[in-house]
Design a protein around this ligand. Structure first.
Ligand code: SAH
Length: 230
């Protein structure tokens, strides 16, 4: 497939998988049309990058289905420039969509090789995101509070640290549960979460093993990051 085929595939993806299912925010649709999803999937799966399902990205992890990425991005209802914490960088695709939306993403990933690969893809595409290695259950206290939080792996229940690090009036979109999971969208009011939407989903679990050491310098990659350019 050449770059024009990928562009056409993206236009179709947005119309058939996203707009047709009710995500209408033009900023989200525009971001989904612009971010080259095929750059975030393994070479041998590029021809499937715009298909209506998740794909494996290595380390037993997956890049979410395009519709879910769009749904979660829209669920934040974030203003341009908003600080958004993502838990589970994975391929970096969701992070890139946040960049393309004009948001300020911070993303935490537990698996070092995935974080390193995501850092290099995001840097190559000129997406400015601040990436950290760590356990997402803890959030990113040194950068809190956040205007929005997206969690792309499912804990059993919503980690308290994430609620603490969400600004008043901010939204969180998070899959919760073990076998039957709900993707919960909630807003923080008077210090507590109020649920505004939930849909059934299936995400990989948010795990809590020890954090492995980082081999190459993510910081070096971060320094090369420039603002997202079309
Ligand atoms: N947002 C990703 C999808 C990631 S899949 C994308 O767009 O590609 C979920 C990710 O969560 C995986 O990369 C997994 O390694 C990571 N993860 C699982 N448990 C975690 C934890 N406790 N802290 C941070 N990341 C975690």
């Amino acid at each position: 497939m050449d770059v024009y085929d990928f562009e056409l595939a993206r236009v179709r993806m947005v119309e058939r998988q996203i707009r047709a299912r009710g995500v209408g925010d033009p900023r989200v649709l525009d971001a989904m049309r612009r971010v080259p999803r095929h750059e975030f999937v393994p070479e041998e799966l590029r021809h499937e990058a715009y298909a209506d399902h998740p794909l494996p990205i290595g380390a037993g992890q997956t890049i979410s289905q395009p519709y879910i990425v769009a749904y979660m991005t829209a669920a934040l209802a974030a203003r341009p420039g908003a600080r958004v914490l993502e838990i589970g960088t994975g391929s970096g695709y969701q992070t890139a969509v946040l960049c393309a939306m004009g948001l300020e993403p911070f993303s935490v990933e537990l698996v070092a090789p995935l974080l390193e690969r995501a850092a290099s893809t995001l840097s190559r595409l000129g997406c400015a995101a601040r990436l950290s290695l760590g356990d997402g259950h803890d959030g990113l206290p040194r950068e809190a509070p956040f205007d929005g939080i997206l969690v792309t792996a499912a804990p059993r229940r919503i980690p308290e640290a994430l609620v603490d690090q969400l600004a008043e009036g901010g939204r969180i979109c998070i899959p919760v549960g073990e076998n039957a999971q709900d993707l919960v969208t909630a807003v923080k009011r008077d210090g507590a979460l109020r649920i505004i939407d939930r849909i059934p989903v299936r995400f990989v679990p948010l795990v809590s093993p020890p954090v492995p050491p980082l081999k190459t310098s993510v910081r070096a990659a971060q320094e090369a990051l420039k603002p997202w350019i079309r």
